[in-house]
Each structure stands twice: as structure tokens, then as C-alpha cells.
Design a protein around this ligand. Structure first.
Ligand SMILES: Cc1cc2nc3c(=O)[nH]c(=O)nc-3n(C[C@H](O)[C@H](O)[C@H](O)COP(=O)(O)OP(=O)(O)OC[C@H]3O[C@@H](n4cnc5c(N)ncnc54)[C@H](O)[C@@H]3O)c2cc1C
Length: 411
């Protein structure tokens, strides 16, 4: 066993949330170490489509989520520019806009209802005729009923983002140790004083004798996504009530010399298609409560491709490149959990469910501020780990709670 000490914070998990939060903390002068059991990009970060879509995701959340989403969306352009300036490469960030189309009358009714709500809330969303939609996206299916353009939505490539963040973290003086899973906590009485890792499979030859690593730090940031609810080494009352919510995406690639069949995000009620700057198209996403199952199913892929074809028929000509399943970190009220935990020394940054990529800049600011003891962005109070909608559900083990509650129901 060996020991590392002298860190201001150790981060458990190197997905976008852990990497970005550690980077922001390092920029403020904190000595930080990220422990990631796989190799970034991993976790849900490796699967996400990368939509930055507060308007489109409105249906799936509560008013508080919209506040968080809008606050984080406003940070994205600067955030991406700063990450890229750190030398880690492009993130694929673009304000490309999103077009939501209604394929039949029923879908049009639902889209109208959502559009009314978007307007009521003062969001940028414009109802368009099919002709106007096809002027914007000529690849759209010929017959449909109408669409809503959410012009300020954006997208990023989460895999590229994770790699760029890892580079930015190192450039800012932070450390990232991969292939290193955390299996236990270190305690000074009732205070969490660090973590212990599993014997590392990727240990360097010079560290051959290292079985486990004890890392002592002033704060432990739990940012291991869907797995954070399984943190058996924390007392039950300190474990965040996070459950895995499975999702599958499909990656399509353009034929030689061709681009993606859309220039902006295109969504129907059942599918979304996110173009990457290099012409790839990410089709997403299924959503299922299946525990930690990450098997890609024929049914899931069939559903995604069928629905993609109904919106943009040209996808049929694209190369089928691959498909992947991942686990969203879901919470009882669909809001993230960010702030000081129930034991001293613990900081939580988890439960970002369907919007973790979008919420990364805001979460990173909040975690870095919490660690520095300075004021966090006010809106992050909506993600308070002690909020009543989490406490009301009591035991962290109660994972079968309603998933998508419509915004209206929460108002
Ligand atoms: C199909 C799908 C589509 C999505 N699309 C979008 C989208 O378009 N826009 C959006 O904003 N969000 C989207 N999301 C959600 C987004 O991916 C997540 O909210 C976000 O990735 C959460 O980031 P994270 O860093 O908390 O978790 P993760 O990305 O899951 O990272 C957690 C990391 O912790 C590591 N880890 C776990 N346990 C340990 C341990 N004990 N020790 C060390 N390391 C550990 C894991 O290996 C993993 O790398 C999507 C998710 C899915 C599954």
C-alpha cells in the first residue's frame, strides 16, 4: 500500500462532471487529484449525444431544472473556448440550433402545447410551417405537420470534451489517475479524510508493489455518476439517491465526400439526431429502467433507426458505425445533487440525469466555489443535497421513483 497526501480535493470519477470540476478548482489554485477507474471518455460521458438543449428538454423536467439548464447554457461558449485554449483540442461546441418537428396531427398537438409553454416562459422558440422547416433542413421527410425552431440550442462532442478537459486539468496543475477505482473511504473520526483505491491494473512498472493507494485530502468529491448511489463505503444517510437509467445511442457516418443530412439538431417526439461538425450523426436515445444493464439491444437500435428514418430519410444511406449503451445518473426529482454532503469532508456532484453535459459548466463553477469556500452561483441552490424532494424519499436505496414528471405538474 502507498499513500498520497496533501490534496485539497480528491475526485471520485473522471466523467465530464469530475474532470470539469477538478479543472475549475485547479485553476483557482487547489491541489486536486481525479481518480477514474476506466480511461476517459468513460461512463455516460462516453455515450451522450451532447445536446445543450434547455428548451427541448423542458418537457422532461421541472421549473428548477430549467433554471439550472439556462444558467449553464449561458456559460457554455466561454467554457468551451477556455477548455480549447488549454491545448486539449476541439470540443465540437456549436450553437447550431434545434428543430423539433411534428410528424402527424397528434404530435402537432403535443408540440403546440409545448410551444405555448416555451413562449409563456419567455424561451426562444418559433413555430414554423413545414415549408419553412424544409428550407432550413432540406433533408427532412416531405410530409409533416409543422415544427418549432429553438435557435439558441447547441451541441458538443462529449468524448472530445472529456479528452480536452483531461488535458486542461493537467495544464492547470491537476492530476488524473486512470485505471484506478475507489473502493473505500478514509476516516478521521466522523470526518471523511480521503479514499482508498482498488489494486490498480494499470499500475506503472515502477509502482509494481503498490497494491492499493490511500489518498488523503481535505475534501472528497463524489462525482461517479450512476454509480454514486452504490457507494457502500459511505454511511447510508450520506449516499446520494442516484439510480442508473439506461440509454442507447447509434452513430452514423457520412459516405465519402458527403456531410450529415442536417446542419442542426433535429428532433421528433421519439428521437433526436445530433450532427457532429465532421459529418457524423448521433441518433438518440432510448430510456429504460434496467439497473446497471448496458447491453445494446436489437429492439433499441431498431427503434432508433426506424424513428430517425421517419424524420430524415437520408440516414438510410449513411454508414452504420456503431451503437453503445450507457447509464444516466437519475434522481427522484430529476434534478442534480451538488453541494456539501451529509458527512464532513464530502462534496456531492452527481445525479445529472439527461442533462449532465449541458450542466457541466455550472456544476464545475459550483464545486470549485464550494471547495474554495466562496459563493456558488445562486441558482445551484436548486441542486441542494438537502432539499426536501430528496429527503422526503428517505433511504438512498429507494430507486424506483417516477422518472419524467412534466414541468406543468411541478408548478
Ligand atoms: C444515451 C444518453 C444520452 C445522453 N445525452 C445527453 C445529451 O444530449 N445532453 C446532456 O447534457 N446529457 C446527456 N446525457 C447525460 C449525460 O451523459 C450525463 O448526465 C453525464 O455524463 C453525467 O456525467 P458524470 O461525470 O456525472 O457521470 P459519468 O459520465 O457517468 O462519469 C462517471 C465516471 O465515474 C467513474 N467511476 C464510477 N465509479 C467509480 C469509482 N468507484 N472509482 C473511480 N471511478 C469511478 C466511471 O468510470 C465514469 O467514468 C446522456 C446520457 C445517456 C446515457
Amino acid at each position: 500500500m502507498s499513500e498520497k497526501s496533501g490534496f485539497d480535493a480528491v475526485f471520485v470519477g473522471g466523467g465530464v462532471i469530475g474532470l470539469a470540476s477538478a479543472w475549475r478548482a485547479a485553476q483557482r489554485g487547489a491541489r486536486v487529484l481525479v481518480l477514474e477507474r476506466a480511461e476517459p471518455p468513460a461512463g455516460a460521458t462516453n455515450v451522450a449525444a451532447g445536446m445543450l438543449a434547455p428548451v427541448g428538454e423542458l418537457t422532461f423536467g421541472r421549473r428548477e431544472l430549467l433554471d439550472l439548464a439556462l444558467a449553464s447554457a449561458a456559460l457554455w461558449a466561454d467554457f468551451a473556448a477556455q477548455v480549447e485554449a488549454s491545448g486539449g483540442g476541439a470540443t465540437g461546441f456549436r450553437r447550431c440550433g434545434a428543430l423539433h418537428v411534428a410528424l402527424d396531427r397528434d404530435e402537432a398537438g403535443e408540440l403546440r402545447r409545448r410551444h405555448d409553454l416555451q413562449r409563456e416562459l419567455g424561451l426562444e422558440a418559433e413555430w414554423l410551417t413545414p415549408t419553412r422547416c424544409r428550407e432550413l433542413e432540406p433533408g427532412l421527410v416531405p410530409n409533416f405537420v409543422g415544427g418549432v425552431l429553438a435557435g439558441s440550442e447547441g451541441a458538443v462532442d462529449p468524448r472530445a470534451l472529456a479528452l480536452a478537459l483531461a488535458a486542461a486539468l493537467r495544464e492547470a496543475g491537476g492530476e488524473l489517475r486512470t485505471g484506478t477505482g475507489v473502493v473505500d473511504g478514509l476516516w478521521d473520526g466522523e470526518r471523511l479524510a480521503g479514499v482508498r483505491t482498488a489494486p490498480s491494473a494499470l499500475t506503472r512498472p515502477s509502482d509494481e508493489l503498490v497494491q492499493t493507494l490511500d489518498v488523503r485530502a481535505d475534501a472528497v468529491v463524489l462525482c461517479n455518476g450512476a454509480w454514486s448511489g452504490q457507494t457502500a463505503w459511505l454511511p447510508e444517510e450520506a449516499r446520494p439517491p442516484v439510480r442508473p437509467v439506461k440509454g442507447e445511442t447509434v452513430e452514423l457516418r457520412p459516405r465519402e465526400g458527403e456531410g450529415a443530412p442536417a446542419s442542426r439538431i433535429v428532433c421528433s417526439e421519439r428521437v433526436y439526431l445530433v450532427p457532429r461538425p465532421d459529418g457524423r450523426l448521433i441518433v438518440g436515445a432510448t430510456q429504460e429502467e434496467r439497473g446497471f444493464d448496458t447491453v445494446v439491444t436489437a429492439g433499441g437500435v431498431h427503434e432508433l433507426l426506424r424513428e430517425a428514418y421517419r424524420v430524415l430519410p437520408d440516414v438510410a444511406e449513411m454508414e452504420f458505425f456503431g451503437t453503445i449503451a450507457g447509464l444516466r445518473p437519475g434522481t427522484p426529482d430529476n434534478l442534480p445533487i451538488v453541494g456539501r454532503g451529509a458527512v464532513e469532508g464530502l462534496v456531492l456532484a452527481t445525479g445529472h440525469f439527461r442533462n449532465g453535459i449541458l450542466l457541466t459548466p455550472l456544476t464545475a463553477e459550483a464545486v470549485a466555489a464550494t471547495l474554495a469556500g466562496t459563493a456558488s452561483p445562486a441558482v445551484i441552490a436548486e441542486a441542494d443535497p438537502n432539499r426536501s424532494s430528496l429527503v422526503a424519499h428517505g433511504a438512498a436505496n429507494d430507486r424506483r421513483l417516477p422518472a419524467d414528471r412534466p414541468l406543468e405538474a411541478s408548478r
